[in-house]
Ligand binder design. Structure first.
Ligand SMILES: *Cc1c(COP(=O)(O)O)cnc(C)c1O
Length: 809
């Protein structure tokens, strides 16, 4: 596909779109109309590119990858698309000639916030890497009418506003009503099937229509294009069949249900509440997607016998795990397979990624709720469970152990257990996390089936997070090491040769300074706060969570403030502490953490005694577009979760590639960042995972730390008196009570790492060398590498090499 059009052609296309879609000429067009016209041209380029890519893949018999995920946190698409298609400069020029600024059009686009945080952003980065790598891929998710809520702080208290993204966002979507599929809920099952377990008939079900809305994500150079198929539940016309048969209530119910399923994204990150509507959403996604995959496959091959050879289905976390019984259902009830054959095909097709070891995030559904909502799927899970338990007993496995591994237990459907039982491969998302999985949550499974378990460390779309969000740094890199790193991030390593090059180090400092100024302008506008771009920009942005320990950061800020008040002449490098995070709306403690940081800012930012030394900024409504502004401006990347709690983290990688120094624990992918850059280029602190376990089993007493550490004592006593007149007793009681995430245990070590950061920052050459080493060693955290590992080790598929594919395989 040749995407490059002349500037003249582009101008003509834009004018034609304005005329055709809005009936306006250039002189009357609004920026919003111009944005949509350009987006439409970009979308059509991708649609064409996708057809050519798929035709090529078909010809070569390339395996299809289907990535199922309840969340895709895409952010904006326009800049990414124009950049990856290699047409950004032509569009910029064409618009310039029409007296329009491309950057102003970018600002018209709302974020597609169809996700909460890292998990959804990972899925989005993977779509980019799949396309760039030449893998024909489809991501499946839901077309939520409302994405992640917009956050507004009212006196520091988070309030949530609906994110109705479609007015600006639907320009990227193509609805395909003729490809709609039916999804069936409730009803009952006719049990004429028990003997050989061949078929069942599901009756009196509620039918919901799933309509696909397709989006496209272009890979670099556009040789590959990924498709994101988002299902929308449709409030159909009232089912006259039901009305006529006297089933008034069911007809009404069906309509109400259809209206609600894809209305809104659940805003909980790393947490599961077991709510009925959420289960409905999950099955809706899974059933529509599996039916779609099967339909496509049968159309091509007329059989499912070769499914595992031609198709890889990936489950991103347990949310889409019902794909396993759904695929079984279709094979048994609709295609006439016997159980053993169906099970073999299913398990060889499906793989699963685990994203957390935290108990509150492990999904389980009440059996009664489940059976009522999905009677046939429940039966199939019962049979999966029965056969699995039988098989384990036959192998002589201890009964308690079998119970712990069972998909059905204690009156619950255990989604993680079902995932492991029904997939051929299970992976964690960092080296440490994958080891912890084998030692803890999946230990029983690991001892019975060790070969199922593997690791794929997460990665990021470095073209978005480096080239697009930090163009100055990208230009410096291209000038020094060539543009090969755009296709093969491991080539960033070449940049290490410039470690002693004074001019390069100075340029790095200059670029950082300019990104800090860009951020400072935004914060002046939004928060009416003036920042000093020469101060250390110390940034912690991610979801608000106790395990991520924003309160550790905040407690240090408070202790530092109190110390500066006592020691006004002490040497201190001016510091700007920047936070951004949404809390789940029902997570009361996390909301108090936000308020604590906000009120701390109110006290500190208004105290003339520390005026030129400290500032605390809370940036509202953290999202992808803000991340793209914040991360390139960071000197310090705060990655301070308690060791053993953060599965990988991906913002740590985004910061690293933008030349921030990680101040972090040995948790998640921080361990691998540390492996890459060594002690000298990272600010390590805190307990290791085994040390955390040891302390916990020996008995952890945070109150003793409170009594023995004067800085902790002082800060907590201050909090007891209220901060900015607001009571934070809950946080104090948590920290001095059982301190579940061991904030106080790591506090002293954190303070020492902060002091070291300040000392190193004072020496510009040393600091910039650290930044350079981080950039040069960040290549292994590219999503391209992660996708290559998934393809080779899990999906067993090779890319469809396009004629202009420059990726290294
Ligand atoms: C990358 C990203 C995340 C994930 O951040 P972690 O620090 O890895 O939890 C969350 N939200 C947004 C908007 C992101 O871009």
């Amino acid at each position: 596909m040749e995407y490059r059009h002349s500037v003249q052609q582009i101008k003509k296309q834009i004018l034609a779109k304005l005329e055709h879609n809005y009936g306006v000429g250039l002189e009357n067009a609004t920026n919003d109309q111009l944005y949509k016209s350009v987006a439409l041209i970009a979308r059509e380029m991708m649609e064409q590119g996708r057809s050519e890519f798929i035709a090529e893949a078909e010809k070569k018999g390339t395996k299809q990858v289907y990535y199922l995920c309840m969340e895709f946190l895409l952010g904006r698409s326009l800049k990414n698309t124009l950049f990856n298609l290699g047409v950004e400069e032509s569009f910029r020029e064409a618009l310039q000639q029409m007296d329009v600024k491309l950057d102003a059009l970018y600002e018209c686009e709302p974020d597609a916030g169809l996700g909460n945080g890292g998990l959804g952003r990972l899925a989005a980065c993977f779509m980019d890497a799949l396309a760039t790598g030449g893998y024909p891929a489809t991501g499946y998710s839901l077309c939520y009418e409302y994405g992640i809520f917009r956050q507004k702080l009212v006196d520091g208290w988070q309030t949530e506003l609906p994110d109705f993204w479609l007015p600006g966002g639907r320009i990227w979507l193509r609805e395909i009503p003729e490809k709609a599929v039916e999804v069936h809920f409730r009803g009952h099952v006719e049990e004429s099937w028990h003997e050989s377990y061949h078929q069942a008939i599901h009756k009196d079900y509620t039918t919901i229509l799933a309509v696909p809305c397709d989006m496209f994500i272009a890979g670099m150079d556009g040789s590959g294009v990924s498709r994101l198929r988002l299902w929308k539940s449709k409030g159909q016309e009232f089912d006259m069949g039901l009305f006529n048969s006297g089933n008034y209530m069911r007809a009404m119910e069906q309509n109400a249900m259809a209206e609600s399923i894809t209305k809104v994204l659940y805003p909980e990150d790393n947490h599961s509440e077991g709510k009925s509507l959420r289960l409905t959403q999950q099955y809706f996604l899974v059933s529509a997607s599996i039916q779609d995959i099967i339909r496509t496959h049968l159309f091509k091959y007329s059989t499912l016998d070769n499914l595992p050879e031609r198709v890889a289905i990936h489950l991103n976390d347990t949310h889409p795990v019902l794909a396993i019984p759904e695929l079984m259902r279709i094979m048994l009830d609709e295609c006439g397979y016997d159980w053993d054959r169906a099970w073999d095909l299913t398990t060889r097709t499906i793989a699963y990624t685990n994203h957390t070891v935290m108990k509150e995030a492990l999904e389980c559904w009440n059996e009664d709720l489940f059976r009522m909502q999905l009677p046939r799927i429940y039966q199939i899970i019962e049979e999966i469970n029965r056969r699995f338990c039988q098989q384990m007993h036959d192998l002589g496995v201890d009964g308690y152990k079998v119970g712990r591994m069972a998909p059905l237990n204690d009156g619950y459907v255990k989604m993680a257990n079902l995932a492991v039982v029904g997939s051929h491969c299970v992976n964690g998302v960092s080296g440490l996390h994958s080891e912890i999985l084998k030692e803890t949550v999946f230990h029983d499974f690991y001892t019975e089936m060790p070969d199922k378990f593997t690791n794929v460390t997460n990665g990021i779309a470095h073209r978005r997070w480096l080239n697009q969000s930090n163009p100055q740094l990208a230009a410096l890199l291209t000038q020094k090491i060539g543009s090969g790193y755009i296709y093969d991030a491991s080539q960033l390593k070449k940049f290490e040769a410039f470690k002693a090059d004074k001019a390069v180090l100075q340029q790095l400092a200059k670029i950082k300074r300019s990104n800090k100024e860009r951020l400072a302008e935004y914060i002046k506008r939004e928060n009416n706060l003036v920042l000093d771009p020469d101060s250390i920009f110390d940034v912690q942005v991610k979801r608000m969570h106790e395990y991520k320990r924003q309160h550790l950061n905040a407690l240090n800020i408070l202790a530092t403030y109190l110390w500066l008040k006592d020691n006004p002449n002490a040497e201190f490098t001016p510091h700007t502490y920047i936070f951004g995070a949404k809390a789940a709306p029902g997570y009361y403690f996390a909301k108090q953490m936000i308020r604590f940081i906000y009120d701390l800012g109110e006290v500190i930012n208004n105290d003339p005694a520390v005026k030129d030394k400290m500032k605390v900024v809370y940036v509202e409504d953290y999202r992808v577009t803000l991340a793209e502004l914040l991360i390139p401006a960071a000197d310090i990347s705060e990655q301070i979760s308690l060791a053993g709690t953060e599965a990988s983290g991906t913002s740590n990688m985004k910061f690293m590639i933008n030349g921030a120094v990680t101040l972090g624990t040995l948790d998640g992918a921080n361990v691998e960042i540390h492996d890459s850059v060594g002690d000298d280029n990272m600010l390590l602190f805190g307990m290791t995972t085994p040390e955390v376990e040891n302390l916990r089993s020996a008995g952890y007493h945070p109150d003793q730390i409170y009594y023995n550490n004067p800085a902790v004592h002082r800060a907590i006593d201050f909090m007891r008196g209220g901060v900015n007149g607001v009571d934070f007793g809950d946080i104090v009681n948590s920290l001095t009570g059982n301190d579940p995430y061991m904030v106080l245990a790591d506090f002293d070590s954190y303070q020492r790492a902060q002091a070291k950061a300040m000392q190193l920052y004072g020496d510009e050459k040393t600091w910039q060398q650290m930044c350079l080493v981080n950039i040069a060693n960040s290549g292994r955290f590219a999503a391209d590498r992660a996708i290559r590992e998934y393809a080779e080790n899990i999906w067993h598929c090779t890319p469809c090499e396009g004629k202009n594919s420059k990726l290294m395989h």
